[in-house]
Design a protein around this ligand. Structure first.
Ligand SMILES: NC(=O)c1ccc[n+]([C@@H]2O[C@H](COP(=O)([O-])OP(=O)(O)OC[C@H]3O[C@@H](n4cnc5c(N)ncnc54)[C@H](OP(=O)(O)O)[C@@H]3O)[C@@H](O)[C@H]2O)c1
Length: 347
C-alpha cells in the first residue's frame, strides 16, 4: 500500500490521542503534522505529551505544534480535524479546495440545515453552503460507503448518534418500528466531554455518581433523526436521555421500542443490514446484551436484542465513544476514501 501523509489537528485532545494510537499502527499512513491550539507556544515532542507512545517506532521524533494553516497544507495529503465545534467549519473548506481529504470529527458538517446550528450548537455556521455540498458525506461507514468513497470531506458521526443509528436503522428500514417511535437511555464515559477542566466533571463530582444531562436537548438528537430520514425515508420520533457515568471510555445505549414483528423477523432485518463479510465492525446477537468491556479500545459496535413476545423490543448498543464513536470510525472512513481495506489499522 502506498503511504499517505496524514495530519491530526487537535492532537492533544482525547480523540486526537486516540487517532495517534490507531494511526501509529496503520500500515499505509505516515503521520507528518500534529497541531493543537496557540497555548502550545513551541513544538513539543509527542512523547512528552503522551509518554505511552514513546516506544512506538518514529513517534519520539514527532512534534505537536501550534496550528499553522500554511504548514498544515504543505505537510499533509489527508487531515483529521479533532477540534471543538465551530473550529473545523473555518478550516475544512480551504483544505478541500487545496485537494486534501478531510475527516472532521466535530458536528460542524453533520447537519444539512444551517438553521439547526444556532439551536443545537449555539453558533451560526461559518460555511453554510458546504452543508449540502456534493463533496461532503456523512460518515456512518456501514450505511454510506459509496458516498464516503467519492467524498472529499467526511462529517464523522457523533458517538451517541453512531450507537443509536447502527441499532435502529435496520428496523426502520424494514418498517418494523411501531409509530416510528423509540426511547433511548444512553450512558457515556466521561471522555465524551473532551479533555477540558469543568467542575461538573471533576473526580469528586463524578466518582460514585451518575447524571442525566441535556434530556431531549442533546445535539446528537437532530443528527439521529436526520439519519433515519436520510437512510430510510421515515420520520422517527425519539425520546433521548443521555447520561454520564464514572468510567473513562465506553458508551451503552439502551433502546426501547414496540414492534409487531417476531424475533426472527427482527434478526432477519439486522442480518440483511449487517452481513458478516461486509460489516466486520458490527455484531448483532439475540438474547445476549453487550457490555462496555466487550468493545472498549475496539472499533466494534455490539448490539444485543431482547424480545419478550409482547411487542416490546429492548436493544443494547455498546461501543467505545473514542473509537467507533469517533477516531476509529474516522480512520475507517479515511480508509474508504483512499481505497485502502476498510479495516486497515483497526481491530
Ligand atoms: N470525546 C468523544 O468521545 C468524542 C466522540 C465523538 C466526537 N467528538 C468530537 O470530536 C471533537 C474533539 O473532541 P475531543 O473530545 O477530542 O476534544 P478535546 O479533548 O477537548 O480536544 C480538543 C483539541 O482541539 C485543540 N484545539 C482547541 N481549539 C483549537 C484551535 N483553535 N486551534 C487548534 N487546536 C485547537 C485542543 O488543543 P489544546 O491542547 O491546545 O487545547 C485539543 O487538542 C469535538 O468536536 C467532539 O465533539 C468527541
Amino acid at each position: 500500500m502506498a503511504s499517505t501523509r496524514v495530519a491530526v489537528v487537535g492532537a492533544t485532545g482525547y480523540t486526537g490521542e486516540e487517532l495517534l494510537r490507531l494511526l501509529l499502527h496503520h500500515p499505509a499512513v505516515q503521520l507528518t503534522y500534529l497541531a493543537a491550539s496557540a497555548k502550545w507556544e513551541r513544538p513539543t515532542p509527542v512523547s512528552d505529551v503522551f509518554p505511552r507512545f514513546v516506544t512506538h517506532l518514529g513517534c519520539s521524533d514527532l512534534l505537536i505544534e501550534p496550528l499553522d494553516p500554511a504548514r498544515l497544507l504543505k505537510a499533509s495529503d489527508a487531515v483529521f480535524l479533532a477540534l471543538p465545534h465551530g473550529e473545523a467549519m473555518k478550516l475544512a473548506p480551504a483544505l478541500v479546495e487545496a485537494g486534501k481529504r478531510v475527516v472532521d470529527l466535530s458536528g460542524d458538517f453533520r447537519l444539512r440545515a444551517p438553521s439547526l446550528y444556532p439551536q443545537w450548537y449555539h453558533l451560526d455556521h461559518a460555511a453554510p453552503a458546504w452543508l449540502t455540498d456534493t463533496r461532503v458525506a456523512y460518515g456512518l461507514s456501514e450505511w454510506c460507503r459509496e458516498a464516503i468513497m467519492k467524498a472529499k470531506l467526511i462529517a464523522n458521526p457523533g458517538c451517541y448518534a453512531t450507537s443509536i443509528l447502527l441499532a435502529v436503522l435496520p428496523l426502520f428500514h424494514a418498517g418494523l418500528v411501531e409509530d416510528n417511535a423509540f426511547i433511548v437511555d444512553a450512558k457515556s464515559g466521561l471522555s465524551g466531554a473532551g479533555r477540558k477542566a469543568e467542575t461538573s466533571l471533576l473526580f469528586s463530582e463524578m466518582s460514585q455518581n451518575l447524571r442525566a444531562y441535556k434530556v431531549n436537548q442533546h445535539q446528537h438528537m437532530p443528527e439521529v433523526l436526520q439519519g433515519i430520514e436520510q437512510f430510510t425515508r421515515r420520520q422517527g420520533r425519539m425520546t433521548f436521555v443521555p447520561q454520564v457515568i464514572p468510567v473513562h471510555r465506553g458508551m451503552l445505549s439502551m433502546i426501547y421500542l414496540r414492534t409487531r414483528a417476531t424475533l426472527e423477523d427482527v434478526m432477519a432485518a439486522y442480518q440483511r443490514a449487517y452481513p458478516a463479510e461486509r460489516t466486520p465492525f458490527v455484531r448483532v446477537q439475540a438474547g445476549r446484551l453487550p457490555e462496555l468491556c466487550d468493545v472498549v479500545e475496539t472499533n466494534r459496535c455490539d448490539i444485543g436484542i431482547m424480545h419478550d413476545g409482547s411487542g416490546q423490543l429492548i436493544i443494547a448498543s455498546a461501543l467505545d465513544n473514542l473509537t467507533k464513536g469517533a477516531s476509529g470510525q474516522a480512520v475507517q472512513n479515511l480508509n474508504l476514501m483512499l481505497g485502502y481495506p476498510e479495516t486497515a489499522g483497526l481491530v
